[in-house]
Design a protein around this ligand. Sequence first.
Ligand code: NAP
Length: 311
Amino acid sequence: MRTNTTDRKAYIITGPTSGIGLATAFEVAKHGTVVLVGRDREKLSKLEKALDQKGGRAVSVVCDLSDIASVRRAAAEIIALRLPIAGLLNNAGIMQMGVATKNALGWDMTFATNHLGPFALTEALLPHLPDGTNVVFIVSAVEDPERKPAVAFGFRGGRYISATASAHAEWQPGGSVKPGMDSYATSKQAILAATLAFARETPRLHFNAVEPGVNPTTGLGGDSAGAFVRFLQKSIMPLLVPLFMPFMKILSTPKRAGRVITKILTDTSGRTGVYYDEGGHPMQGSALVRDPKFQDRVVTETRALLMAVRG
Ligand SMILES: NC(=O)c1ccc[n+]([C@@H]2O[C@H](COP(=O)([O-])OP(=O)(O)OC[C@H]3O[C@@H](n4cnc5c(N)ncnc54)[C@H](OP(=O)(O)O)[C@@H]3O)[C@@H](O)[C@H]2O)c1
């Protein structure tokens, strides 16, 4: 897998220590240096070694995406590396199926991790990214209240009131029975809206979003899973998923998602403002997220909220 040292582009990946991000890190390492951005130093150095054994090159930056001060420190560290960045993959994310927790500022943990953190990281890096850099966000189709499989699973789409209301875990009424699901759908809707607004605002860079498909073998939503469910996820599910994939278009595996995401992250066609499905084909988001007025409102409100955070 060793990359050509004379043409070593660098790709930043958040959440590379598990699931889709992990599979993507190995795939991206075939194209250049990987900047691994994660919250657990030990996991990061293990991954660095594993990539090195495969002939890849990686550097690690510790960052807790739910903590804006940590995000800003990580961005400064990445900039100081002075690498020729060609791509930024905002992949890290959580879905709390058990108790919905809060960050140190008292903000909804899911909204902070899935929307505010990636938004702050992207904006801090933005002026330092060379023209043509691909910025990719991993989102989720559960933001769309018309998405039938998501509704069947209990989601009711994004429930955005405002960025401040979301930070305070306040959602539009009529949502899911689990607050964590409203929080997840809203955070993904907000970051998808921001992706589409960024694409219009900054044409010198390319901003795209990917719905990676339903990947039941990853750690997502595992906060309330008992030992038995975790066992199924790790040992049985990886065998079952490929059998069902031909019949269920939305099912995927981290390996497949990693290949699709890497293609988009390393794309040189200049495409921007595209929302891709699990197969790497353009798809449509909810009616709300497609509305440029909504996209701009999310961006303006998020910037105002983040400006108030010191550090
Ligand atoms: N799985 C699916 O079916 C599915 C469907 C649609 C979208 N997605 C999206 O795909 C992305 C990857 O999820 P996954 O399914 O691969 O889940 P996963 O296996 O749980 O991986 C999540 C990654 O995010 C990192 N992370 C979580 N909180 C963080 C924080 N505060 N700061 C820094 N890193 C943090 C985790 O780090 P640790 O290793 O330290 O925990 C891990 O590396 C997420 O954005 C998710 O919403 C997944």
